[in-house]
Design a binder for this molecule. Structure first.
Ligand SMILES: [Zn+2]
Length: 149
């Protein structure tokens, strides 16, 4: 049986069985998180709703409830949207000289749309980082980790 014959669930099970507790590759986990996919199998949808992360991946059953994204996604979203909107505001005003309400309306719509687009992707990205770096409960054996302390 080669890799092409197996489904994502089987490959994820094999990856879990061979899990040594070593750090996982961060870049693929970041990309899968950005696409709101399970960082383990890459096919299961990570999100249950707009921002709610599933407890388990529906394809490979990887536990995702360990994530602690907290305010991180909102912070990153504000950081990016804010830094993009300031030059838009500056150049939009100096080049086009629109009516204030037109400028406000365009920037408000752009800010909200960009924020809504980025927020779940940054959340997936943060879950991917935590999964790859084995932060919080993503470590393979939590009991052993506690005994070492
Ligand atoms: Zn999965």
């Amino acid at each position: 049986m080669n890799e092409n014959d197996m489904d994502a669930s089987t490959m994820a099970q094999m990856a879990r069985a061979a899990d040594t507790g070593a750090e996982r590759p961060v870049k693929p986990a970041l990309w899968l998180g950005w696409r709101k996919r399970c960082p383990q199998c890459g096919t299961g949808h990570m999100m249950q709703s707009y921002l709610k992360v599933r407890d388990h991946c529906p394809v490979c059953n990887e536990e995702l409830s360990h994530h602690r994204a907290d305010d991180g996604p909102a912070y990153l979203t504000i950081l990016v949207v804010g830094h993009l909107m300031v030059p838009f505001f500056h150049f939009g005003f100096t080049i086009f000289r629109p009516e204030p309400m037109v400028l406000f309306s365009v920037l408000a719509i752009l800010s909200v749309a960009l924020g809504l687009y980025l927020l779940p992707r940054f959340k997936g990205l943060m879950v991917g980082v935590q999964w790859a770096k084995r932060m919080h409960g993503f470590a393979p054996d939590r009991e052993l980790a506690r005994q070492d302390m």
